[in-house]
Design a protein around this ligand. Structure first.
Ligand SMILES: [Ca+2]
Ligand SMILES: [Ca+2]
Ligand SMILES: [Ca+2]
Ligand SMILES: [Ca+2]
Length: 387
């Protein structure tokens, strides 16, 4: 090797060493930067000398609310998912997390963006947090592009941050008639995720393909395994509680025994001749204190909330016998701009659940006073809310 070749190799290795050092410094700087990145929410914002409590949490159109313990302190905090049109905002759905500071008798949420990073970042269309495996930690139910729901289990352990793992990429059900297929939920509907028959496992009420009736998918986890940590669904009703939903407004057809899919009826009611469009956001809870599940529906066909009262026996029978088309008609009816979404959770730290109304669509949402808060006043003998 000539002296020139030796010098050249030395120079090259010097350049390489330098380049490696630069890379290491750059990578370290980047890692440090990534680790330190967080939203800066300290600046205060005043309007007419009044400070906003959470000035940097906004820019939300259609918030879907759930509760979950974000910081492992035993107090349920607030999770908010902003429903947006997927094609227009791919991958940019908004998650907002708020810590409940727990002051007795007050709504006491502080925006805490630190916890947003622990959720899957590709959630879309709708997200509801509910505990399916009875471990006390809310799991993620969200829309699957395959036409149904996917489920993430909450794997949190004491002293650690939240983490989730995909346990059901697509939830299936055994349908009446014998087909085993995806438990259908539209991207514009929000199903009722609730223990409908009160046996300790999580059941599903969802809308039929055309949205005219409610399908009841019962979880057989308790019956089959005497556990609740699995989702084994069977469709047990195509027309839950003999209720049909109007094709032209957010109202119900009671005693609707002629289920569309089982036996197309001679259609006594002209309203049901028109195929119904999907677009329903429903919740279930026991409003009248008789042990069975009552429903509140927000709908693309109206700006009202529809209350449906059940007169069934849990696990035995179900029958909607009464409707309030301007719920809560005894107080201020929730007449929202369009397509309201109801939510039922502990918003005040007083042990009682409240009714929160926001938007279930990304179109034509309220720009101001976007979420309405109905405080629970009483729950015996029936629940009453006040705006
Ligand atoms: Ca907490
Ligand atoms: Ca759980
Ligand atoms: Ca059940
Ligand atoms: Ca009831």
């Amino acid at each position: 090797m000539t002296q020139y070749q030796k010098m050249k190799i030395n120079n090259i290795s010097h350049v390489l060493r330098h380049a490696m050092l630069c890379l290491i410094v750059f990578a370290t700087a980047n890692t440090t930067h990534a680790q330190n990145y967080s939203k800066y929410t300290s600046p205060k914002v005043f309007v007419n000398s009044q400070a906003f409590k959470n000035p940097w949490s906004g820019g939300i159109n259609s918030p879907l609310y759930s509760t979950i313990d974000l910081n492992n302190d035993g107090i349920k905090d607030l999770f908010m998912f902003d429903k947006q049109f997927g094609a227009a905002y791919p991958g940019s759905y908004k998650i907002r997390t708020f810590i409940n500071q727990g002051t007795a008798g007050q709504v006491d949420y502080i925006y805490a963006p630190f916890y947003e990073r622990f959720f899957p970042q590709n959630l879309h269309d709708w997200v509801i947090l509910v505990d399916y495996d009875c471990d006390g930690n809310e799991d993620i139910f969200t829309y699957s592009y395959s036409g149904g729901m996917e489920v993430y289990h909450n794997d949190v352990t004491p002293g650690n941050n939240l983490s989730f793992s995909l346990t059901y990429p697509l939830v299936h059900s055994l349908f009446l008639g014998g087909a085993y297929a995806n438990l259908y939920v539209s991207n514009v509907n929000i199903p009722v995720l609730h223990d409908v028959n009160g046996d300790g496992d999580l059941d599903v009420l969802t809308f039929t393909l055309l949205g005219g009736t409610i399908e009841y998918h019962e979880n057989y986890a308790k019956e089959l395994y005497n556990r609740c940590d699995t989702l084994v669904y069977r469709q047990v009703r195509q027309c839950y509680a003999q209720v049909g939903l109007s094709a032209v407004s957010n109202t119900a057809i009671l005693d609707f025994n002629n289920c569309f899919f089982l036996a197309p009826p001679p259609l006594p009611d002209s309203l049901i001749k028109t195929p119904r469009h999907n677009g329903s956001c429903m919740i279930g809870y026991d409003q009248d204190g008789d042990g069975d599940l009552d429903l509140i529906n927000g709908d693309i066909l109206g700006n009202n909330l529809l209350y449906l009262e059940n007169s069934g026996i849990p696990g035995v029978s179900d029958s909607i016998h009464l409707q309030d088309t301007l719920f809560p008609s005894y107080n201020v009816p929730a007449v929202y701009k369009t397509f309201p979404a109801p939510f039922y959770f502990h918003a005040v730290n007083d042990g009682a659940k409240d009714l929160i109304v926001s938007s279930c669509t990304e179109y034509l949402t309220e720009d101001y006073q976007n979420s309405w808060f109905y405080k629970m006043l009483d729950q015996t003998p029936t629940i009453s809310f006040s705006l």
